[in-house]
Each structure stands twice: as structure tokens, then as C-alpha cells.
Ligand binder design. Sequence first.
Ligand code: NAP
Length: 277
Amino acid sequence: MMIILGFIGYGSMGSMLIDAFLRSGNIKPGEIIVSSRTKSKLDILKEKWIDIHTADSNSEVAQKAKYVFVCVKPLEVTGVLEEIRDSVSSDTNIISIAGAVKIAYIEKLTGAKVTKLIPSLTSEVMEGISLVCHGKTVSREESDYIEMLLNSISKVKLIREEEFDLATELTSCMPGFIASIFEEMVESAFRHTDSLSRTDIEEMVLRTLYGTSRLFIEKNMGFSEMIDRVATKGGITEEGVKALRKGLPDVFDKMFDNTLFKRKLINEKIEQNQVMK
Ligand SMILES: NC(=O)c1ccc[n+]([C@@H]2O[C@H](COP(=O)([O-])OP(=O)(O)OC[C@H]3O[C@@H](n4cnc5c(N)ncnc54)[C@H](OP(=O)(O)O)[C@@H]3O)[C@@H](O)[C@H]2O)c1
């Protein structure tokens, strides 16, 4: 069986992607090769998918796979690229999931074709959005194949490279934001009851969140339609919506100010690191 996909870095995202792609049925274990820094972590992978190939080096992955997913932390990307540059051909397609590392930089360092991808933890349940941008040298056939794979574990959203920062907050970071918003809501509800348990409150909120998401997506409901359907004039919901509309804009402006500023600092650090190399 021919090896098609390669993965460098078997951490949180690398393992999530491999598992989701295999569960989608669009790729077989024997068509995947993986390398990672801590070799013992790959034993678990081998136990789960017997036919999957594990490599002794990152270069072996780059040599054998047509599509090479680089799933290491942004500051580790340059080291990996320098290691594999002599093993990739101009036909290799590197798929980098480090948002801060530019497509042009990877192309220049390796001579390979490059796609930038920001996956989301939600692909663990085959949902959410994968942000994708292909470099100019990626062919139609290659971009179609990559998008087919990603569409089977998420919905692909093609964006321009300069749009990645905010788009990443809205997709990849969003599960963390949603969790922290609803964690606060649960705590507040708990402060307002003498009898309901935290578990009861969590179940009510999360099941309703799940149902509400389905109404948005499956019934194509907009935000204002949803509010109109639930908040009748002069009713209880309207009071809650008023309080949210008063308090939340400042909270969300602060959240995006902070995350985008932090992202700018990280991007600068990575660019400095690349210049120094
Ligand atoms: N977490 C998210 O939700 C998320 C979402 C979108 C994008 N990303 C991006 O995805 C990338 C990976 O993040 P992560 O959360 O998966 O990080 P992680 O859990 O730390 O995984 C990184 C993996 O890469 C391995 N590694 C490090 N250096 C290596 C090298 N030189 N050669 C081979 N393997 C090496 C690490 O090995 P060890 O086991 O030895 O540490 C680890 O298994 C980052 O660029 C991040 O920005 C993350």
C-alpha cells in the first residue's frame, strides 16, 4: 500500500487529525507514516492502528509521504523544516498547522508546495471549521484532495493568509472561549439557587447549547430570529437579553484586544527567530 500522508509531531493536534482522518474512512492506516520527538508515544498509535507506519526520523516521513502535516509548536517549525528540506521534493505538499509561520517562508526554506491549515479540536467529533490557505504552487488536484480529507472531518473555509489571526480566534480558539463563557454562566446560576446542583445546571445549559446550535445550523436561524422566537416583548427573556447587550460588548472587545495583541507578539517573536536563523 502506498504511503500518502505523513505526520511530524504526534501531540494534541497531530493525534487528533490522524484519528479523525482514519475514522472518516478516506484514508487507511497503511497509507500513513508518523514521526514524533518522543518515540514511545507512537507505541499507543501502533497499538490502535496496527498497519500504520512509524518512522525513525522526520526526514523519512518527508521522503515517503506526498502530503506532510507539520504538527509541532510554531517555534519548533524551523528546526523541523531544516531537518527535512533535503528529503522533500518539489512535488511534496507540506501542510503546516502553525498559524504564525508564513507560507512563503516554508516555500523558500524547503522548495516544497505549502498549504496552511488551522484545525479545530471540534474535528474530534467531525464538526467545526478547518481554515485553509494554499500556496500558489499547490495544484488543483492537490488542493481538492486536501480539502476532501478536511471536509470529511469538518467544514473547510478557504481564507487569505492575512485573515488567519482573527479567523483562528473564531474557530480554533472558540471552543475554549465558549467553555469559559458557559462556565461563568453556570457559576452565576449556581449562585442564584438553593436547590439545583452544579451538575443539574451544567446539563441544562449544555443540552440547550447543543440544541440551539442545531437550530442555528439545521434550521438556518439567525441570531435575531432566535432572540425574537424566545424573548417575547415585556417578558422574562427580554430582561436577560438587555443585561447581556449592556455588559457583553466591552467583555468581547477586551477579549479580542487581548488575544490579537498576544498573537502579534508571538508573530513578531517567530519572525525574529526566522531572521536570526
Ligand atoms: N491545540 C490546538 O487547539 C491547536 C489548534 C490549531 C493549531 N494548533 C497548532 O498546532 C501545532 C501543534 O500544537 P499541539 O497543541 O498539537 O502541540 P503539542 O501537543 O505540544 O504537540 C507537538 C508535538 O510535536 C512533537 N515535536 C516537537 N518537536 C519535534 C521535532 N523536532 N520532531 C518531531 N516531533 C516534534 C512533540 O513531541 P513531544 O511529545 O516530545 O513533546 C509533540 O508530540 C502548533 O503549531 C499549534 O499552534 C494547535
